[in-house]
Design a protein around this ligand. Structure first.
Ligand code: GDP
Ligand code: MG
Length: 452
């Protein structure tokens, strides 16, 4: 059936997984092969994201007869950032990502960040698929560039296929242990009850057409209601990164997930303190010509409509907070919007004033994930805040008498130099890591040791 897709936005897809399992390579391949295939307009490079157009996905998978069956305009992949906490980014509706891809090195199997990704997806109820990556590393594998998985699989020797199957079922077992039933994607009849696993190689491109088709199928099945949006409404987005740009000062890279944002719009931006009220000076997209000099790096546009990744240049963005919301406002509703943006931030700045340990994290989403995991372990929390570890944190925590609570946990944050200095002579224990499970395990091991 042909549906009016005018008001369905592009689904936002996040690629998650353990370090080195292939997130960056997968996105490069998705981008690169479209470019290499000379498909004009097949992809669009955004700030912080890559959009793959529906026509290109269908063409690649050789299912051109199905063109009219799809109602979404394409898929917007959030580019893999340096650190994984982006995977817990939120929008007002819940998770920022509408869909996720969990990548697992088929030869290594599950790792701590794989499990962490699954926990986050479970909590947000985000539909996802698993890719079993690096199939080309299986001994004796004969690569078939960009082929569908089944095509290349059927051309492998029996030994290679058995080897793949064995590794594959280990992943099925791991997923089961994490509370998910799963099957190879082509055998899944009900994606609501079973997670589809797609074996791929991010290097040779094998299985990628299947991955894109499965994602489209998921979007189609589960997201239709989430993807209705008001293209002419006020812009609303999530901050991916706060970035210094030569000649522009502090800018914010955002994913706009609703409405339209225009140059000159008044915006409310979530920050560590009071929400910032400022005016959009420029909306910047990457320059398709790929120039290197700062002035030519970006292209100025008058307006952008969701879903899209864009850089905002505006005054006073220094204290903007990654993970926080950006919303366009009018004189009539600005007070309400400031209040709402503030409330979202307050929700996670839990400060009980009683006893427990102290947490710092880089984004709201990651702080929330950390609080959630600690609460599951019944570990009491005194205070949880976004930001680097400061001197004030050290002073506060080292004043706590109970040694089990004189603990500071930093997730994906730095310890500022003066804090480092202060910590030297202080009676407190600091844990820092960029994997939640490691932080919790380290903390528990330490408590155990201390009790003995
Ligand atoms: P990330 O940390 O998840 O972003 O992982 P990367 O994309 O940086 O990949 C880590 C390493 O694995 C790099 O050396 C990649 O070239 C390699 N790699 C990623 N995907 C594949 C694959 O499908 N096959 C092979 N052989 N190597 C891969
Ligand atoms: Mg990477």
């Amino acid at each position: 059936h042909i549906t009016d897709n005018e008001n369905l936005r592009t689904p936002i897809v996040c690629v998650m997984g353990h370090v080195d399992h292939g997130k960056t390579t997968l996105l490069d391949r998705i981008r690169g092969s479209s470019v290499a295939a000379g498909e004009a307009g097949a992809i669009t490079q955004h700030i912080g994201a890559t959009e793959v157009m529906i026509d290109s996905i269908i063409e690649r998978s050789g299912a051109s007869g199905m063109k009219n069956n799809f109602i979404v305009p394409g898929l917007l992949f959030i580019d893999t950032p340096g650190h994984h906490a982006f995977t817990s980014l939120r929008s007002r509706g819940g998770a920022l990502a509408d869909l996720a891809v969990v990548i697992v090195d088929i030869n290594e199997g599950f790792m701590p960040q794989t499990k962490e990704s699954l926990q986050i997806l479970k909590r947000f109820k985000t539909p996802f698929v698993v890719v079993a990556n690096k199939i080309d590393r299986i001994h004796g594998w004969q690569p078939h560039e960009s082929a569908s998985f089944l095509e290349t699989y059927n051309k492998q020797s029996e030994r290679v296929r058995t080897d793949l199957d064995n590794k594959f079922y280990e992943i099925v077992g791991e997923l089961y242990n994490s509370g998910f039933n799963s099957e190879r994607y082509d055998r899944v009849s009900d994606f609501q009850r079973n997670i589809g696993i797609i074996p791929i190689s991010a290097i040779t491109g094998e299985g990628i057409p299947d991955l894109l088709m499965v994602l489209l199928g998921l979007a189609q099945k589960f997201l239709e209601s989430n993807l209705h949006y008001n293209a002419s409404g006020p812009g609303e987005g999530t901050i991916l990164e706060v970035k210094e740009e030569k000649g522009l000062g502090t800018t914010i890279d955002i994913i706009l997930y609703d409405g339209t944002l225009k140059k000159g719009d008044t915006i409310v931006v979530g920050s560590l303190g009071e929400p910032i009220q400022t005016k959009v000076r420029a909306l910047l997209k990457p320059n398709p010509m790929g120039e290197i000099s700062a002035e030519e790096k970006f292209q100025n546009v008058e307006s952008v409509t969701a879903a899209i990744g864009v850089k905002i240049s505006a005054p006073n963005l220094d204290d903007a907070l990654s993970g926080a919301t950006v919303r366009a406002a009018s004189p009539e509703n600005i007070e309400n919007i400031v209040e709402e943006v503030q409330e979202e931030l307050d929700e996670v700045q839990i400060s009980t004033g009683t006893t427990g340990i102290t947490l710092k994290a880089d984004t709201i989403g990651s702080l929330e994930a950390l609080v959630n995991e600690l609460q599951k372990e019944d570990i009491p929390i005194r205070k949880a805040e976004v930001g680097d570890i400061s001197q004030r944190d050290i002073i506060e925590v080292s004043a706590i008498e109970d040694p089990f609570n004189a603990v500071l946990i930093g997730f994906n944050v730095k310890m500022l130099p003066d804090a480092k200095e202060k910590a030297k002579g202080s009676e407190l224990k600091v844990f820092q890591n960029d994997v939640i499970y490691r932080l919790i395990d380290d903390y528990k091991d330490w408590v155990q040791e201390k009790k003995e």
